[in-house]
Design a protein around this ligand. Structure first.
Ligand code: PYC
Length: 322
């Protein structure tokens, strides 16, 4: 059987420990351009999902990998469009990924001084060129949807959390005595947050308009003296965010603001499970909720060609349809 070879050009980076793999060349043709990031996401999901699994899953990727398809923008004031994905599907938004995309665009010489806008399926985010790897992102509007929502979690008892949008739907829990937010406790944190996510689904608890809550965030006291709080964030699938999670930090900022605990312009330093920190602040949004700004640090780690042989049984990744 003849073997066809496809090359996908990627640039890898990590943001506060969490990987981002930006696909810069090798996307299929989209008939009927210009297409928005949401159109691209729907098209790729329906017709080219094997590209996502080839890029994000083993043997070329791994369970923590977050991918980003780099697109031509449709808005004249944007420098790029982007669609984020991981090993199990597509993400609405992703701020560690936006920071990764920003250092990648800087690496490619595709950013101008000052503000640069990037189109995403959730709206336009604004970034500034990296300074020593530090990137500031102004996110989409974020808000607390519901406060102190109880849910009965089998094996764990009743848990209370806020439901908030920060570019993804989050359920945010103060750990208290329930669980220790510590890197040595990853298995238990994963089991707990997966059980919470299942319980939310079983009880029909969602974000606005039935939005699935696919990220669970648990907060404990910081170890890093420069931080206000430390989190563990379960992402879609069973993998956790190595960074403090930018959309999760945005959701946290929205909840703090709604609770009267964070004033516009005041800073909040969110540590993640590796004790790396995102610094955030908010402006009030005219429609309600807040516009968060999140700052984090990223480094480019590799420039690669992924090679897909049509004869390779794992061309679309391990565990995927062959
Ligand atoms: O930083 O927003 C984020 C994020 C979402 C999923 C993984 N990271």
């Amino acid at each position: 059987m003849s073997d066809e070879v496809k090359r996908i050009k990627v640039i890898d980076s990590h943001t506060a420990g969490e990987p981002t793999r930006v696909v810069v060349e090798g996307l299929p043709e989209f008939a009927g351009v210009p297409a928005s990031p949401a159109d691209w996401r729907d098209f790729l999901r329906a017709q080219h999902d094997a590209l996502r699994t080839a890029v994000a899953c083993e043997p070329r990727g791994h369970e923590a990998m977050v991918g980003a398809y780099l697109l031509e923008p449709t808005q004249p004031d944007c420098v790029a469009g982007v669609v984020f994905f991981n090993n199990v599907g597509y993400l609405h938004g992703c701020l560690h990924g936006t920071i990764g995309v920003t250092v990648t665009l800087a690496h490619l010489g595709r950013l101008s001084d000052g503000d640069n806008k990037i189109e995403t399926p959730t709206g336009i985010v604004t970034v500034r060129p990296p300074e020593d790897g530090w990137v500031t992102v102004q996110n989409v509007r974020s808000w607390r949807h519901a406060a102190a929502v109880p849910v009965d979690v089998p094996g764990w008892g009743t848990v209370q959390g806020d439901v908030a949008w920060g570019g993804n739907w989050f359920y945010l829990i103060e750990a208290g005595d329930t669980i220790e937010v510590n890197f040595n406790n990853l298995d238990q944190l994963t089991d707990f947050t997966c059980a919470v996510r299942d319980a939310l689904e079983a009880n029909g608890i969602t974000g606005a308009e039935g939005g699935e809550i696919d990220h669970i965030e648990v907060f404990g006291p910081p170890v890093n003296a420069a931080a206000d709080s430390k989190n563990f964030v379960l992402c879609p699938g069973r993998e956790y965010d190595r960074s403090p999670c930018g959309t999760g930090t945005s959701a946290k900022l929205a909840c703090l603001h709604a609770a009267g605990k964070l004033q516009p312009g005041q800073s909040w330093r969110q540590a993640g499970i590796l004790d790396t920190v995102f610094e955030g602040s908010v402006q009030e949004a005219p429609e309600g909720g807040v516009i968060p700004t999140v700052k984090g640090r990223a480094f480019v780690t590799a420039e690669n060609d992924l090679i897909l042989h049509s004869n390779d049984p794992f061309a679309a990744g391990i565990g995927q349809a062959r």
